[in-house]
Design a protein around this ligand. Structure first.
Ligand code: MV4
Length: 447
């Protein structure tokens, strides 16, 4: 096992990783920006090093300073968490050059899956179903429109270097295509310095179903079941649950096998997620793979009893997975609410500031992952997620009931939060009946 790990992140995920390290008997180094000197991860880690000013580009994205911090503290490994440098090819390569183990997949996995068009091609070759669409990326509108006409409108134009909804356009009419293509392309060029685009048939009202996988360095790959992440707003997930109760056991088995096949196709190592769209007819299509630990990993932990962060660390040390697919049992149901400091009555605008009163819920089946505390100042510099409330129940109904009473107990004053918004979702009849898709928030909650 590693003696010391540097945690290259902030907020709740830095706290989550430090907790896992402590349980494994591993020493921890926190890094922090000047803005975060009073942050919980700084207090919980054994050592802490300031790596720059508030702005992320000069601190949490400052590769030189982070590598220096690891060298100075003699950390053997770095856990990047999610966001920031977690899927950064250059960072992965520099860590390797310096003999620092990056806890996650190898550089080649990040780059192969980071190009979404290349990932599609890899999946087609492996026999994993993908959304009907283009086989190669292009930056030429005339070439793209031919593909669109072949597969039939409506289509989605997506950026090869995009993902998570960035640089995407939905096109219904042929006349609109060229214009939309060029707008998406301009956006992609500005955001990713890459103008290659690909086309997919538009899947209407799908569910977003993702499979958690774990792969060790010895070729063993297992999946830990699926999460339903259909509730999103502006490409940000709001609430995630596991399992997806509308999927039959045979369907789950088939999709899980496809997820494992997808990971094996690239010799994947570490924790990863295979994202599918599930349409109204029960067809499923690979759309993207995430090569990092995800925000919503706790729902999988609660239904499988597997500690995903500890497994990421063990796998990075070369340990073998000690379980087979048959050993993975799904028990009960878990739902996560992302708690954001935002004003739900003002177009969800960020609401930074000082936490005054703070009372966290507890009791049976409740887990809270957060870095906030009474007196903590939420900076405006970083994203507005301040924690996650996760409930486990024997079934979906019990998980919902526990979340409802936990949200009622939750007191956070001094800043606005989306706690009331979650209460509204949980008492929505369609949500309770599990009649949800990716347009639920927009259609049901914004009217
Ligand atoms: C799609 C789609 C329909 N058809 N692709 C948005 C985020 C990115 N990960 C993929 N997204 C979508 N891709 C095709 N071919 C609909 C969405 C989509 C969506 C997906 C998951 C969760 C919420 C969503 C909200 C709007 C659109």
């Amino acid at each position: 096992m590693f003696k010391k790990i540097l945690v290259a992140n902030r907020g709740e995920i830095a706290v989550r990783i430090i907790r896992a390290c402590k349980e494994l008997g591993v020493e921890t180094v926190a890094i922090y920006s000047e803005m975060d000197k009073d942050s919980l991860h700084v207090h919980l880690a054994d050592e802490a090093i300031c790596i720059g000013p508030a702005i992320s580009s000069k601190s949490y994205l400052n590769i030189n300073n982070i590598i220096s911090a690891a060298k100075i503290t003699k950390a053997e490994a770095i856990h990047p968490g999610y966001g920031f440098l977690s899927e950064n090819i250059k960072f992965a390569s520099i860590c390797e050059t310096h003999g620092i183990k990056l806890i996650g997949p190898r550089e080649e996995h990040i780059s192969k899956m980071g190009n979404k068009s290349e990932a599609r091609r890899t999946m087609i070759e492996a026999g994993v179903p993908v959304v009907p669409g283009s086989e190669y990326a292009t930056n030429k509108a005339e070439e793209a429109i031919k593909i669109a006409e072949k597969i039939g409108l409506p289509v989605m134009i997506k950026a090869a270097s995009g993902g998570g909804g960035r640089g995407m356009r939905l096109v219904y009419k042929r006349e609109e295509f060229i214009n939309m293509f060029n707008m998406a392309k301009a956006e992609a060029t500005a955001a990713f310095d890459d103008d290659s685009m690909y086309i997919e048939k538009y899947i209407e009202g799908p569910r977003h179903i993702e499979f958690q996988i774990l792969a060790d360095e010895h070729g063993r790959v297992i999946h830990l079941g699926e999460r339903d992440c259909s509730l999103q707003r502006r490409n940000q997930k709001v609430l995630e649950e596991a399992p997806c109760t509308i999927i039959s056991d045979s369907m789950r088995k088939e999709m899980g096998e496809m997820a494992v096949k997808a990971a094996k196709a690239v010799d994947y190592v570490s924790a990863g997620t295979i994202e599918f769209l599930l349409d109204k007819f029960g067809n499923y299509y690979f759309i993207e793979m995430n090569t990092r630990i995800q925000v919503e990993h706790p729902v999988t932990e609660l239904i499988t009893g597997m500690d995903l962060i500890k497994w990421q660390i063990r796998i990075a040390c070369g340990e073998k997975l000690d379980v087979n697919q048959e050993d993975i049992n799904v028990n009960g149901h878990a739902i996560e609410c992302r708690i954001n400091a935002e004003d739900i009555n003002n177009n969800f605008a960020p609401s930074p500031g000082n936490i005054e009163d703070y009372l966290v819920p507890g009791g049976n089946g409740i887990r809270i992952d957060t870095h906030i505390y009474s007196g903590y100042k939420i900076p405006s510099t970083y994203d507005s997620m301040i924690g996650k409330l996760i409930a486990w129940g024997r079934d979906r109904g019990e998980a919902i009931a526990r979340l409802q009473r936990a949200l009622d107990e939750f007191i956070i004053t001094g800043v606005n939060t989306n706690i009331d918004f979650h209460c509204q979702i949980l008492c929505n009849d369609k949500f309770v009946e599990n009649q949800i898709d990716t347009s639920f928030i927009e259609k049901e909650m914004m009217k």
